[in-house]
Design a protein around this ligand. Structure first.
Ligand code: NAD
Length: 504
């Protein structure tokens, strides 16, 4: 009998996008793109050379000359078109996210919807760029400020939000009149190419938005390119630090958002069911691969035992599976190597003195990069499971005696992205808002990602630079100020005066 072997499906080729069209990479260097739910390679992405990054910057530079002259009214019109198209097709891009990232479809649609909020904010660009005017600052003299775009700006983005995080960057950058070069994560790059095609269809001129794929070679080419004025980065803390230092050394403005380890404090008076629902949702949603995930619960006093019981009761109900299966609530991790690294924290916990209450290595689907939710009790500072950003579905619990002990843990952390408190006591919540050394605080809200008209960003090792991303600080980051002092000839007051101009 002849055995028939099914030929492997052709790998999808993922190309750069330069000057309004797809461009195949010339280097021959490529990276694999997997479907994390099956564990099989589905595509390969071209890795850019220094010359290809330069070609993207050259296209963006040429487009800047005309794009910065496009009226605010026309820019707003294009942004309304973009908003309509993304809204109409959000499920289409969400399916791309599921196939390369692994998150479940409802979560992927949620990602696109939160990114859409930033695009909607940018539809108001005429209002956002309104400036100040002081009439008669001195006699016959008016003073006003304007904000102008920087030129070509770049974004370097992580794997965990392949559509939303780029939207945090390109939308305000382009609305402000800049042109853009995006270097997305090489692990799930297709959403960026989808975005490029959509922006073209929405009427964005060629060259305003460009995509170069790749690894460190492409990132370094961006950081060192003299034609790039500013760099936005989102990713892990060591790379964020490197990007910030290299970009600023090369004279660029830079905002580099790093990793996180977000603590959720639960006070003894908290609503236990609400806190347990929140902890499970925020720890295991998107398989814990969110920079705003809750990775550490800090249980104060007697709340620990009932809270842990409530969390344990909920964990077996979390449905783990392929993100396209409508019954799945949690998908796989991004790669096999990452899945194994996350699992190693569960394996190593007992030797450090922690107690594994739920072991996510047991019963995980065999195909694909799956790990089920894990819960570890008695996690303490100094343990690897406490100190490291695990970035997977592993929730640690630290038991402390007082509110002060809990706040000390938050404030001693080298990260300062998000944190949350669960309590019914308004005074305690207000005190926490005052005390917490983190950029985003939730009060009975576990994932306090700010709405688009505020700005997103952490403190300490979670952000290098002095501007948070999107919202008003995003507009500030992508523009620079100019102040004009003006007077018009008035024969009645004109005279020669060699003195230093004084306010009159
Ligand atoms: P990562 O730091 O590995 O990669 C981010 C980007 O940097 C990618 O485009 C990648 O190609 C590039 N890169 C990786 N190694 C590099 C190197 N040695 N030199 C130059 N460039 C390099 O991050 P990731 O694994 O894609 O994403 C997960 C991380 O991102 C987590 O730490 C998470 O907390 C963080 N994150 C932070 C935020 C935030 O807002 N603070 C949001 C999302 C994700």
């Amino acid at each position: 009998m002849t055995e028939t072997i099914e030929a492997p499906a052709a790998l999808r080729q993922i190309k750069h996008w330069i000057g309004g069209r797809a461009v195949a990479g010339a280097s021959g260097r490529k990276g694999p793109v997997y479907n994390p739910a099956t564990g099989r390679q589905a595509g390969e992405v071209d890795f850019a050379t220094v010359e290809e990054v330069d070609a993207a910057v050259t296209a963006a530079r040429a487009a800047f000359t005309t794009w910065r002259e496009v009226s605010l009214a026309k820019r707003a019109e294009i942004f309304f078109n973009i908003r309509e198209l993304v809204h109409e097709r959000r499920e289409e891009v969400a399916r791309i996210l599921v196939s390369e990232h692994g998150k479940v479809l409802s979560d992927a649609i949620g990602e696109v919807t939160r990114g859409l909020e930033v695009i909607e904010f940018c539809c108001g660009i005429p209002t956002l760029l309104k400036s100040e005017f002081s009439e008669q600052a001195s006699t016959g003299i008016d003073v006003y400020s304007i904000r102008q775009p920087l030129g070509v700006v770049a974004g370097i983005t992580p794997f965990n939000f392949p559509a939303m995080v780029p939207m945090w960057m390109w939308a305000p950058a382009i609305a402000c009149g800049n042109t853009f070069v995006l270097k997305p994560s090489e692990k799930d790059p297709s959403a960026s190419v989808w975005t490029a095609e959509l922006l073209k269809e929405a009427g964005l001129p060629d060259g305003v938005f460009n995509v170069v794929h790749g690894d460190k070679v492409a990132v370094d080419a961006v950081l060192e390119h003299p034609g790039i004025a500013a760099v936005s980065f989102v990713g892990s803390t060591p790379i964020a630090r490197y990007v910030y230092e290299t970009a600023t050394k090369n004279g660029k403005r830079c905002q580099a958002l790093g990793g996180a380890k977000n603590h959720m404090i639960v006070l003894p008076d908290a609503d236990i069911d609400m806190a347990a629902d929140a902890a499970v949702s925020a720890a295991y949603g998107s398989a814990g691969e969110r920079c705003m995930a809750i990775s550490q619960v800090v249980a104060v006093g007697a709340v620990a035992q009932p809270l842990i019981e409530a969390i344990k009761e909920r964990i077996p109900k979390v449905k783990v599976g392929d993100g396209l299966d409508p019954s799945s609530e949690m998908g796989p991790l991004i790669t096999e190597a990452h899945r194994d690294k996350v699992a190693s924290y569960v394996e190593g916990a007992p030797a450090e003195g922690a107690t594994v209450l739920v072991d996510g290595r047991e019963g995980a689907p065999e195909d694909g990069f799956f790990l089920k939710p894990s819960l570890i009790d008695n996690v303490k500072p100094g343990m690897k499971a406490y100190e490291d950003e695990i970035f997977g579905p592993v929730l640690g619990v630290t038991r402390v005696d007082t509110y002060d002990d809990a706040v000390k843990l938050v404030n001693d952390s080298p990260f300062g992205n998000g944190t949350a408190i669960f309590t019914r006591d308004g005074g305690a919540a207000r005190q926490f808002q005052f005390d917490a050394q983190a950029g985003m605080v939730g009060i009975n809200v576990p994932i306090p990602v700010p709405v688009a008209y505020y700005s997103f960003g952490g403190w300490k090792g979670s952000l290098f630079g002095d501007r948070h991303i999107y919202g008003p600080e995003g507009i500030d980051f992508y523009t620079r100020g100019k102040v004009v002092t003006s007077r018009w000839p008035d024969p009645a007051t004109s005279k020669v005066d060699l003195g230093f101009p004084q306010t009159r």
